[in-house]
Structure formats: C-alpha cells, structure tokens
Design a protein around this ligand. Structure first.
Ligand code: HEM
Length: 494
C-alpha cells in the first residue's frame, strides 16, 4: 500500500513538473513570438498582421520545414491561408503559395539575394554556407561562370554517350548475383548512379579506390547534416557547439580535412591529363578568383547535397513507374521505337512527362530555399519590406487543384500533354524560379531519363506489398525526404 502511494505520488509530482515546464515553455514561446512580430511588422492595408504559427524553441519552424515539409505545407496553408509567416531560428520567412505572388516576387529576381546560410545557422554554414546556391552578387556570378560551361544544354548533349554508358553499366550490375527477380529499397538501388555520374562530370573517370574514398566522405557529410544540422538547437551557434559539443566539431573538422585532401588529390592526379572541371577550379582557387570555401562548398553542394536530391527524385520516378504498370508499359513501347540517346533529350515524350510528374508530386523540398528582394513587395495583400526572406510552398503550388485539377495528388503524367509550357512557369516548382534556377537541370534530367530507359529495357518493375501499403513512408535522417519503398525488379523475357 505504502509503495503504491509513493509510486502514485512521485508519478503525480513528475507529471506536475512536466506540465509546468511545458506550459512555461508555451508561455515563453508566445512572448517571444509577440516580440518578434513587433520587430518584424508585416501587415495588410487594413493594418492586420500576417498570420502564422508561433515561434518555437529553438529553431522556429526550420526543422519541420524539412523533416515534416509535406504535412506542414498542407497544414499551414489550411490554418493560415495562402500567405503566412514562419520563423527560421528567429528570422521571419514569408511563405507564398499563389502563382500570381510567385510572379510578383520573382519580377526582379536578377537582384534577389539568398539568405545567409539559408537561415539555418552555424553548422550548416560550415558545410554549405559559401556554396553557389547560397551566395550573392559578384561572388555568385564568378562562381556560376566557373561551373556553368560544364552543365549548359550543349555541354550535356556532348556528354550523352558517356552518361548513357554509365547508366547501362549501372543497370547491368544492379544485382551482382544476376538473379531473375529481386527486391531492393529503391533509394539503395539507385543512389550510387547519380552520385558517381555527377562526380565524373567534375573529376572525369574515377578509379574504384577513388570512388570508395568519395563515397566514404559523402557519408561523413550526410551524417553531419543528419545528426547536427537537422537537430538544430546548439548547432546553430559556433560558440555553443565548440563548448557543449566538441565531438561534433571534431567530426566536422575531420570531414573538412578529408574533403580538401580528396580534391587536392583529384587536382594533382588530373592536371597533366587535360581539362576536367576540378583542374580549372583548383587553378582559379590558387589564383584567388574563387575562395577555398566557395570551391569546396560548391563541390559539396553539387556532389553531396545533390546525392539526396537526386536519390529522392530518381527513387520516386522508379516507384511511380512500378506503381503504374500501364504507364510503365507505354514508356517501354515508346522506348522500342528509338535510341536511348535521342529519347532522353525529348521534352514531349511520355518519359519526359513521367519525369515532370515526379518532380511535381515529390519536389525535393516542400519549401523553396529562402531568398529576398531588395524592393518592398505586396504579396497576398501583405506589405513585405525589402530584404525579407520569402519562400515558395513548392508542395502547395504543385498540388494546387485550381490549376492541376481534382486529381492533383495522383500520378498522371499524360496531364502534361495539355499544359502549355508557359503556363508551367509559376504553377510548377521543379528546378526553381528566376535567375537562381538549378545549374544542373539539363544534366540531372538526361541522367535520370537514361537510367530509366535502361532499367525498363531490362526489368519489369513492381512494388512489394509493404511498399504498396505504405507508399509515402520516408526516412527522417536526410534533409530531402527519401522514400523507404522497396521495388521488385524482375528480368524481362525478350
Ligand atoms: C533532378 C535533380 C535536381 C533537382 C530536382 C534540382 C533542383 C534544384 C532547385 C529547385 C534549385 C534552386 C533552389 C533554390 O530555390 O534556390 C537548384 C539549384 C542548384 N542546383 Fe539543382 N537540382 C537537381 C540536380 C542538380 C545537379 C545534377 C546539379 C549538379 C550540377 C545541381 C546543381 C545545382 C546548383 C549548383 C544550384 C544552385 C544554383 C544557383 O544558385 O546558381 N542540381 N537545384
């Protein structure tokens, strides 16, 4: 009896303390929100403040934006309407969902600035803060000019046979045991292809040893992103991280050293053999045209951050094809008529529409990377001061029933047959809007289409029952939602 009483009493005490802590926390969050709203007034012409969720300790809505992006995009639009405000740390971000607001905001996109470190704090800055996608002005122009020649439309066309050979070899070695049928987690099956294909575009062909070393460094980078950046909190501050989490900082230093050494080695081993992008880049870095951080962070962006982006997109493309046997069959019929190299550049094929439909349904991020205009803007009726971070709710744009119809959440690639390309401009988030569009869009598209061409040539795709039952299950360790679904690959009898 006595023991029961003690257990009950201590349970009650713990519960009360917990309630107290929670309600204090909610109170503090409300007070901080009020202060932040006062500091950053955004109102409409009736003097009504822009709606949005309360600031949350310690990262605002930053982590939810990535880890629960799909659910939050829908929930926030439902609760706050088409234009609202969230917080990244304590920085306000205005979220827009309407095509007309996207057009208004991007009307001066040439002079837009990306937010420093994407408003994501110190640890993120150490990995990617100086990369092309996040710097501005003359520095951005210099860096973009450095990499652009490798990824223009014509440069990618010239590389098609190299990418095609890589795709065919990869698919032919998908199952080392060459079984007639096997199942794999889709992301595990596909991820090394876009990774090494993109790396080859920078370094030229890689030996097995170099591939292994690069893959290992990528895992270090992704681990830091998953464990620390996506935990937020103390990792937003360099001082706090060094003080409270020295092991994390050591891990970061180990990665940074390995990454610099790898690239130096790539430069040394390639400089005699002709011109691959790493050689030019390293020379320009030594001449002071780009800084070391700009070079290394952009290589990280292109090779490591993109591993998640490309793995996510390619996995979903394979999964959607596995889900829809009919579309799969039609794409295969389309393939039987032509050369892989020709089909991968067509914009009007069913394959091209499957790719677009995948980007529409599963944009790599539910919210675009924050950027600001140097001019005041009126968005959704609210007066947004110059230099305020604005993000596009990619998911809401891509699922907008007014434009895409009632079945906007379903995979139906044929819908693109009746959409004018010009209408897609502000109704589809795929490779970004305005001046800061994706550097690698042609490369990424060709790479993924070639992969699918060889995959469908060799295998029938279907989903495991578990995958069908829980198609939308995604991992939470990456900044891009990577699907968990397993696909069954069955050798075709031709
Ligand atoms: C299907 C695959 C890909 C998708 C869906 C994708 C998507 C995007 C998007 C949406 C942006 C703009 C982000 C923003 O709002 O700021 C972007 C930027 C960028 N992407 Fe990609 N990307 C893909 C593949 C690639 C590849 C293969 C490369 C490698 C060359 C690449 C390199 C970059 C770079 C460097 C930027 C920053 C551009 C700048 O700010 O000037 N991407 N990407």
């Amino acid at each position: 009896m006595g023991k029961l009483f003690i257990a009950l009493a201590s349970g009650l005490l713990v519960g009360t303390v917990w309630l107290l802590v929670c309600s204090t926390r909610v109170c503090i969050e409300k007070i901080i929100t009020k202060l932040l709203v006062l500091l950053h007034p955004v109102k409409d012409s009736q003097n009504v403040s822009i709606p949005g969720p309360n600031w949350k300790s310690y990262d605002g809505q930053l982590l939810e934006k990535f880890l629960d992006g799909k659910a939050r995009a829908q929930e926030w639009q439902h609760c706050y309407g088409p234009t609202y405000r969230i917080w990244s740390g304590t920085t306000p971000e205005i979220v827009i969902t309407k095509p007309e607001d996207i057009r208004t905001f991007h009307s001066d996109s040439v002079s837009h600035n990306k937010a420093r470190s994407s408003n994501a704090g110190w640890m993120f800055h150490q990995l990617l803060g100086e990369c092309m996608g996040l710097i501005n002005g003359a520095r951005w122009t210099a860096l973009r000019n450095e990499f652009a020649p490798t990824y223009t439309h014509s440069a990618v066309h010239e590389k098609i046979s190299i990418i095609s050979n890589q795709a065919r070899d990869y698919v032919n070695n998908l199952d080392p045991q060459q079984r007639p049928s096997f199942s794999l987690r889709t992301a595990d099956a596909v991820s090394r292809f876009p990774f090494f294909c993109t790396a080859t575009s920078i370094y030229g062909p890689l030996s097995d040893h170099e591939k292994e070393a690069l893959w290992a460094i990528a895992q270090q980078s992704l681990a830091i992103m998953g464990k620390y950046v996506l935990s937020g909190g103390i990792y937003r501050s360099g001082r706090l991280s060094r003080w409270v989490a020295p092991a994390a900082v050591r891990e970061l230093n180990t990665f940074q050293t390995a990454w610099e050494e790898f690239n130096l080695e790539m430069y040394r081993t390639r400089r005699e053999k002709g011109t691959v992008p790493i050689v030019e880049l390293w020379r320009h870095m030594e001449e002071g045209l780009v800084t070391k951080d700009e070079a290394l962070h952009t290589l990280s962006e292109i090779i490591f951050a993109n591993l998640d982006v490309a793995t996510g997109t390619l996995s979903w493309l394979v999964i959607f094809l596995a889900l829809d046997e009919n579309v799969q069959k039609q794409v295969r019929e389309e393939l039987s008529g032509g050369r892989a190299e020709d089909l991968c550049t067509s914009k009007n094929s069913l394959l091209a529409h499957c790719f677009l439909e995948t980007l529409r349904l599963r944009p790599f991020t539910a919210f675009s990377i924050p950027e600001s205009s140097p001019s005041n803007k009126v968005l959704g009726g609210f007066h947004v001061p110059a230099n305020t971070s604005v993000v596009v709710s990619a998911l809401c744009v891509n699922y907008n029933k007014e434009f895409w119809g009632k079945d906007s959440e379903e995979f139906r690639p044929s819908r693109f047959q009746s959409v004018k390309p010009l209408d897609l401009r502000y109704n589809l988030f795929s490779f970004g809007f305005g001046t800061r569009k994706c550097l690698g869009q042609h490369f990424g598209e060709v790479m993924m289409k070639l992969f699918v061409i060889y995959l469908l040539e060799r295998y029938e795709l279907s989903l495991t029952p578990a995958a069908r039952a829980d198609l939308n299950k995604v991992g939470r360790d990456n900044w891009v939602p990577i699907p968990e679904a397993e696909v069954v690959f069955t050798e075709r009898k031709v």
